[in-house]
Design a binder for this molecule. Structure first.
Ligand SMILES: [Zn+2]
Length: 505
C-alpha cells in the first residue's frame, strides 16, 4: 500500500512522439518513432517507473484543407479517417500509449487560444506584416538561401511567395537563453552529433517568426482577432503540454499538481527534419510561458526504400501492417532497431529483414533456446537459481547496468548488440561443450553447461521484452513452468519458425 502511494506522487517518465500530420497514411517512418517510444516506455515500466507515453495526430493547416477539398470531404472528416488509420496501426504494432491527442480536440484548441492571448498580453506575440517563401507541404517559411535549386529542401516542390498580416512570435528574444540552456544541459540536444549544427544556427541569429495566417481557414482562430488562424506548428507543439493537462490558468491546485507529475518531458522523440522546431521554437515558447524545459530532444534518421524517401507517388511506400502480417510483430520490432543504429538513416529491404530473421532470430536465439531447453527437460531436475552461480550473477548484473545506460541514452541498437553478442557466445559454448554427448560420459559437466546457458536465457528473455514482448513472454512462460520429466514429450515453444521466401508481401 505504501509503495503504491509513493508511486502516485512520483513524477512520471514522460516520453512523446511527434504528432503525425494527417496528410499521409502511417508508414515505416511513423512506426519507427512510435516503436522507439514504446520500447523505451516498456523498459522504464519494467524498471518500476511510472510512465506517460503520448502520441497523436496533427490535423490543421492549409495542406489538409486542400487535400480534403480535392476529395470533396470536410477537413475534419478527412482528419478522422486518417487518424483512425494511425490508431489502427498502433494497435497492430502493440504500442502501449497512455494518451492519444488530436489537435482538433476541443480542450487542446481552447488551451492553444489561451496561450496565444496570454503571449499577446506579455508582448511575446505582436502584430505585423509578413512576406516570405512558403512551402505548403512543410507548413513552413524558408529563407531564399535555404532553398535547394529554388525548391523546398524537403519536398523539392515550388514554394509560394506569401504576403499577409500576421502575428509574430518574438523568437529573437530567446537566442541567448537558448544558447545558455544548451550549454548547461548537454544532453538536451541528442544524439550529440546533432548539437553543433543547432548551436551554430542559433548563434547565427534568430528572427521573429510568423505564427498566424489570414488565408488558412482550417486552423484554430485567434480569439481576439478571428480573421487569423494560429500557425499549425505553434498549435501542434503545444500538444506536449495540453495532453498532460496544462491549463491557462489552472483553476485548481489539483490540476496543477497532476500536470507537474508529468511535465517536463523526459524525452521528445522526433525525426531529424523537424528537429529545429523542437529544439529552437518549442523551448522558446516554453520560456515565454515560464514552464520548465524538456530534458532531451532526440532526432532519429530516415528510413528510405530503395534509396529514396518513401512516398505513395514513388511507389516505394511500405505499410508497417503489411510487414507485420507477413513476418510477425516481434521480428519487425527487432529488425528496424538492429539493422541500423538508431539516429542514423537506413534503407529498408525485405531481403535484409529475411536475412536477419533467419540468422539472428531463428538461428541464434531460437535455436539456442530450443536446443538448451530440450536437453534441460531431459536432464535437469529443475532450472537452477541464479544465487547458486555467483560468477554468472555478477556478469548478469554488469550487463544489466550497461543495458540501462544504453536505454537511458537511447542507444537502442547498442542495447540489442550487447544481447546478441552474449547469444553468440552461448551458441559457441554449447557447440564446443557438446552437452548432448557429454551427458553420457561426464554428466556433471554437461548439466553445468545446461544450467549456465539456461540462467542466461532466463535473463535474456527479460532483456528483450521492450523490443519483442511476445517472444519474451513465450520464453518466460516456458522457463517459469519448467518441469523435468523422464522421457519427456514436452517441447519448448518454437520462437521463430524458419522462413523460406523472398517474395514481397
Ligand atoms: Zn516542403
Amino acid at each position: 500500500m505504501k509503495a503504491e502511494q509513493e508511486k502516485t506522487n512520483e513524477k512520471s517518465f514522460y516520453i512523446t512522439t511527434p504528432l503525425y500530420y494527417v496528410n499521409a497514411e502511417p508508414h515505416i517512418g511513423h512506426a519507427y518513432t512510435t516503436l522507439a517510444a514504446d520500447i523505451i516506455a516498456r523498459y522504464m515500466k519494467r524498471q518500476n517507473k511510472k510512465v506517460f507515453l503520448q502520441t497523436g495526430t496533427d490535423e490543421h493547416g492549409s495542406n489538409i484543407e486542400k487535400t480534403a477539398a480535392a476529395k470533396d470531404i470536410s477537413p475534419k472528416n478527412f482528419a478522422d479517417l486518417i487518424c483512425g488509420k494511425f490508431i489502427k496501426a498502433w494497435q497492430t504494432l502493440a504500442i502501449e500509449y497512455d494518451y492519444f491527442i488530436r489537435t482538433t480536440d476541443e480542450n487542446h484548441e481552447q488551451q492553444v487560444q489561451a496561450v496565444f492571448e496570454h503571449l499577446i498580453k506579455t508582448g511575446d506575440i505582436y502584430p505585423g506584416k509578413y512576406e516570405g517563401l512558403y512551402c505548403s507541404s512543410c507548413e513552413n517559411f524558408y529563407e531564399k538561401e535555404e532553398l535547394t535549386d529554388g525548391l523546398c529542401p524537403v519536398h523539392r516542390k515550388n514554394v509560394e511567395t506569401v504576403k499577409e498580416d500576421t502575428y509574430f512570435f518574438r523568437l529573437s528574444k530567446y537566442e541567448k537563453p537558448l544558447l545558455k540552456y544548451y550549454a548547461e544541459n548537454p544532453s538536451f540536444l541528442s544524439p550529440p552529433k546533432r548539437a553543433q549544427e543547432i548551436i551554430n544556427f542559433v548563434k547565427s541569429g534568430l528572427k521573429d517568426i510568423s505564427v498566424s495566417r489570414t488565408k488558412v481557414s482550417w486552423g484554430i482562430p485567434v480569439r481576439s482577432n478571428p480573421g487569423h488562424t494560429i500557425y499549425v506548428w505553434f498549435d501542434a507543439l503545444l500538444n506536449y503540454i495540453t495532453g498532460p493537462g496544462f491549463r491557462l490558468p489552472f483553476k485548481e491546485l489539483e490540476q496543477r499538481k497532476k500536470f507537474e507529475e508529468i511535465w517536463p518531458a523526459d524525452i521528445h522523440l522526433v525525426g531529424k527534419e523537424i528537429y529545429r522546431f523542437h529544439v529552437v521554437i518549442w523551448p522558446a515558447m516554453l520560456m515565454a510561458l515560464n514552464l520548465p524545459l524538456p530534458k532531451k530532444v532526440f532526432a532519429h534518421g530516415w528510413w528510405t526504400a530503395n534509396g529514396e524517401k518513401m512516398s505513395k507517388s514513388k511507389g516505394n511506400f511500405i505499410n508497417p501492417s503489411t510487414v507485420v502480417e507477413k513476418y510477425g510483430l516481434d521480428p519487425f520490432r527487432y529488425f528496424i532497431f538492429k539493422e541500423v543504429p538508431f539516429g542514423n538513416d537506413g534503407d529498408f529491404s525485405f531481403e535484409m529483414l529475411e536475412k536477419r530473421y533467419n540468422s539472428d532470430l531463428a538461428n541464434d536465439l531460437g535455436n539456442l533456446f530450443s536446443r538448451t531447453m530440450n536437453l534441460a527437460l531431459k536432464n535437469l531436475e529443475k532450472l537452477p537459481a541464479l544465487e547458486e552461480h555467483k560468477e554468472i550473477e555478477e556478469r548478469i548484473l554488469r550487463t544489466e547496468s550497461k543495458l540501462k545506460q544504453d536505454m537511458e541514452n537511447i542507444r537502442l541498437t547498442e542495447y540489442l548488440n550487447k544481447i546478441w553478442k552474449l547469444i553468440s557466445e552461448l551458441n559457441k559454448k554449447i557447440d564446443s561443450e557438446k552437452p548432448w554427448e557429454k551427458i553420457k560420459t561426464e554428466p556433471d559437466k554437461a548439466k553445468k553447461t545446461l544450467s549456465e546457458i539456461s540462467l542466461y536465457l532466463i535473463r535474456i528473455a527479460d532483456w528483450i521484452y521492450p523490443f519483442m514482448p511476445e517472444t519474451s513472454e513465450k520464453m518466460t512462460n516456458f522457463t517459469a513452468t519448467f518441469k523435468f520429466q523422464y522421457g519427456s514429450k514436452t517441447k519448448p515453444p518454437v520462437l521463430f519458425p524458419r522462413m523460406q521466401c523472398s517474395k514481397k508481401p
